[in-house]
Design a protein. Structure first.
Length: 241
C-alpha cells in the first residue's frame, strides 16, 4: 500500500483531485468509482474547480458509486444520488446516462444488485475507486462480518454507522436501516483504489487497517491484499501510526 501523508484536509482533497485528473487524462474511457460521506466533499469541489478552469473533462468517463440507502428515491435529499448530483454531477460535464448508483427504491432489490454488478462488468470494471473508511472499518457499506468475496448486496446497517450518519438526517429514526452496497469482492476487483482518510477520529481505524490482522471483522483490512492501493491521509488520521 502506498501511503501519501498530507498536512490537512485541503492537502488531501488536492492530492486526490490530481490523481483523478491523471487517471482521466491517461485513458480514453475511464471508469471511476465514487464514494459519499464527508471525506470526498473537498475532492469533488476541487474537481469542479479544475473543470471550470478547463483542466479536465468528464465527457468520456463513466462513474459508479459504492452504495445507496434502501427506500430513498434519488430525489430524496438524503439519498446518495442526490448527494452526487449536488456535490459533483450538476457542476461538471459528465453525461447523465454515464453516472450510476444503485437504485435504493427498486421494487426487486436482489435483481437490482445483480444488475448493478453486471453494469460494472459491462463497463470493463472500475479503473479507479475512491474509498472512505467507516469508524468500524466499513468500506462502502460493508459492515464488520461481511464476506470478503461478497458482490453487490443488501446490508443491514450497524447502529454505529446509522448514528455516525444521523448528522445528515433530522433524527436517528430517519436514517434507513438498510442499504445496497458494492461487495468487498467487487471493490477488490477495482484496478486501483484511492482511500481517503482525514482527522484524528479515524486514527485508530486507519492504524488497524494498515497494521492489523486481515479479518472480516474489520472490512478495510482486506485492502492490505490489494496490489494497487494508495492511501491519502492527513496528519490527524496518521497520528497513532
Ligand atoms: C458512509 C459511506 C461510506 C463512507 C463512510 C465514511 O457510511 N457509506 O462509503 O466511507 O460513511 O464517511 P465519512 O467520510 O463521512 O467519515
Amino acid at each position: 500500500m502506498e501511503i501519501i501523508k498530507v498536512k490537512d484536509y485541503q492537502g488531501l482533497s488536492e492530492k486526490a483531485c490530481q490523481i483523478i485528473i491523471d487517471q482521466i487524462k491517461g485513458q480514453k474511457n475511464p471508469v471511476l468509482g465514487l464514494a459519499t460521506g464527508s471525506t470526498p466533499e473537498g475532492l469533488y469541489q476541487q474537481l469542479i474547480n479544475a473543470f471550470r478552469r478547463g483542466e479536465v473533462s468528464f465527457q468520456q468517463a463513466k462513474t459508479f458509486n459504492l452504495d445507496e440507502y434502501v427506500g430513498l428515491p434519488g430525489s430524496h435529499s438524503n439519498s446518495y444520488r442526490f448527494y452526487m448530483q449536488e456535490k459533483l454531477f450538476n457542476h461538471i460535464d459528465v453525461p447523465g446516462n454515464q453516472t450510476y448508483l444503485p437504485h435504493g427504491n427498486a421494487t426487486d432489490l436482489e435483481k437490482e444488485c445483480h444488475q448493478y454488478e453486471q453494469l460494472i462488468r459491462d463497463a470493463g470494471n472500475i479503473d479507479l475507486q475512491v474509498l472512505g473508511l467507516g469508524l468500524n472499518g466499513h468500506i462502502g457499506f460493508n459492515e464488520p462480518g461481511t464476506a470478503f468475496d461478497s458482490k453487490t448486496h443488501i446490508v443491514d446497517l450497524d447502529m454505529t454507522t446509522r448514528k455516525a450518519n444521523a448528522r445528515f438526517f433530522s433524527s436517528l429514526d430517519e436514517v434507513p436501516e438498510k442499504a445496497i452496497t458494492m461487495g468487498i469482492g467487487t471493490i477488490m476487483e477495482c484496478k486501483k483504489i484511492m482511500l481517503l482518510v482525514s482527522g484524528e477520529k479515524k486514527a485508530e481505524a486507519v492504524n488497524r487497517l494498515i497494521n492489523g490482522t486481515v479479518t472480516e471483522e474489520f472490512p478495510g483490512s482486506i485492502l492490505q491484499k490489494h496490489e494497487n492501493v494508495v492511501l491519502i491521509a492527513d496528519e490527524g488520521a496518521l497520528s497513532t501510526l
